[in-house]
Design a protein around this ligand. Structure first.
Ligand code: C5P
Length: 320
């Protein structure tokens, strides 16, 4: 339960067990975590009665988002201005994450398609929107995990996620492998280019020079590298975007890349794969388990994938 703005009166009544209106009666009746965001004039905020009441609530486990300094309702300036909504939302998300089933688990997620430059203006890219990777990062963060998102695309994300922006497969490889060193779970949801131009033209290629011949070379296969160096306490999730024989192709990649869980998805149908909000996925695990889902949202699929993450991780922070 979030009380924002929390006035001196509501804080005083809550601290002393007075429940004579809807807000204070709900505060006394709820067993949910409570967060208060005080807002009042500076003199009230600094009054010993308010200071003591807040200390009493904090000692009982109530979370406080302190006010900011700024213009107040009367036009004067000082401490006591309600915290910005983003700070209140972030604090609430943090409180909820602490009791999540993935609390303390360190998760790396990749998202989006890489861009491999041809010249300073053009690149080879793909249709990945990053929606699946973002859904996994959001869900993991909401469930308490400490998430690093290595991404080529930029979208709103859960406030607990740490975002690392990359562009090319090389940059994604460096950032992901470094982050994986201190992570128990790595989810490769990104659409990494398999090939890149061998040489990047230093200046924009000109039409007048004729059709250029672009020689390609392979990019690092990040998932394969992660599989090769996988620790016993690590769990690796890969994706296989396929246009045919989804299950067979996903199973082959699971084995070849030493992945623990492979998410095969059909990118042929209009309601699955790139850009849309839904997927038709089959989950294959290293023990031969197969689960097929009909049409599910990427948000739902993210939770289904995270439900299956099994790792003897140390769960650091889970008891903090
Ligand atoms: O073999 P394929 O590219 O279809 O495998 C897809 C999986 O491998 C995805 O999880 C993708 O993120 C990952 N991948 C990678 N590095 C590449 C190509 C794909 O990590 N160069």
């Amino acid at each position: 339960m979030v009380v924002a703005p929390a006035t001196a009166k509501v804080i005083g009544k809550y601290a002393h067990g007075i429940s004579d209106d809807l807000v204070t009666a709900t505060l006394l009746a709820t067993r949910a975590p409570v967060l208060v965001a005080p807002a009042m004039h500076t003199e009230m905020w600094e009054h010993p009665a308010v200071v003591d009441n807040l200390a009493l609530l904090a000692a009982r486990g109530v979370h406080v988002v302190p006010p900011e300094s700024g213009r107040l309702a009367g036009g004067d300036v000082g401490a006591g201005r309600l915290a910005a909504p983003e700070r209140i939302v972030a604090a609430a998300a943090e409180v909820l994450a602490r009791s999540g089933d993935l609390a303390g688990l360190r998760v790396v997620v990749t998202a989006g398609g890489t861009r491999e430059p041809i010249d300073p203006v053009r690149y080879i890219g793909n249709r990945s929107s990053g929606k699946m990777g973002y859904a996994i990062a959001d869900a993991a963060a909401a469930r308490g995990a400490d998430v690093v998102l290595v991404t080529t695309v930029h979208r709103p994300v859960h406030p607990r996620v740490r975002v690392e922006a990359v562009v090319t497969a090389d940059e994604m490889a460096a950032a992901t492998l470094a982050a994986a060193d201190s992570a128990e779970v790595v989810v490769m949801a990104a659409a990494v280019a398999d090939f890149r131009p061998k040489a990047v033209a230093p200046a924009k290629l000109k039409k007048s020079d004729g059709v250029p011949e672009i020689v390609l070379e392979p990019t690092p296969d990040i998932l394969r590298l992660l599989g090769e160096r996988k620790r016993a306490d690590q769990y690796l999730v890969g994706f296989a975007a396929e246009t045919d024989d989804v299950r067979e192709n996903a199973a082959a990649k699971l084995a070849a890349k030493r992945v623990d869980l492979m998410v095969g998805n059909d990118v042929r149908s209009e309601d699955s794969g790139f850009e849309v909000d839904t997927n038709r996925a089959v989950l294959l695990d290293a023990d031969g388990g197969v689960e097929e889902f009909g049409l599910v949202t990427k948000v739902r699929l993210a939770d289904l994938i995270l439900d299956r993450v099994r790792t003897p991780h140390p769960r650091q922070g889970a008891t903090e």
